[in-house]
Write a protein that binds this ligand. Structure first.
Ligand SMILES: [Zn+2]
Length: 79
């Protein structure tokens, strides 16, 4: 689940009709319900956020596989 960096509130996906057709975005629930008083965060276009999440996941997976590799190397180096 996505969390807002500014207030820790939950992010939710929504959509609205914009000038260039349907526009999907994610927004902080506190911002949506309480306005800028509740949270200062901005809406994030769904495509941007999904790309960032996928990049993050790829980064995590790469990191994990490197950790496993390092572990195996470490085991191999033990006397
Ligand atoms: Zn927020």
């Amino acid at each position: 689940m996505l969390r807002c960096r500014a207030c820790g509130g939950a992010y939710f996906g929504a959509g609205t009709k914009g000038r260039n057709g349907f526009y999907r975005y994610y927004a902080c629930r506190n911002r949506q319900t309480k306005g800028t008083y509740g949270c200062q965060s901005k809406r994030v276009p769904a495509e941007d956020l999904e790309t960032a999440v996928i990049d993050d996941l790829i980064g995590v997976l790469r990191c994990r596989s490197e950790a496993v590799w390092a572990c195996e190397q470490g085991v191999g180096l033990l006397p």
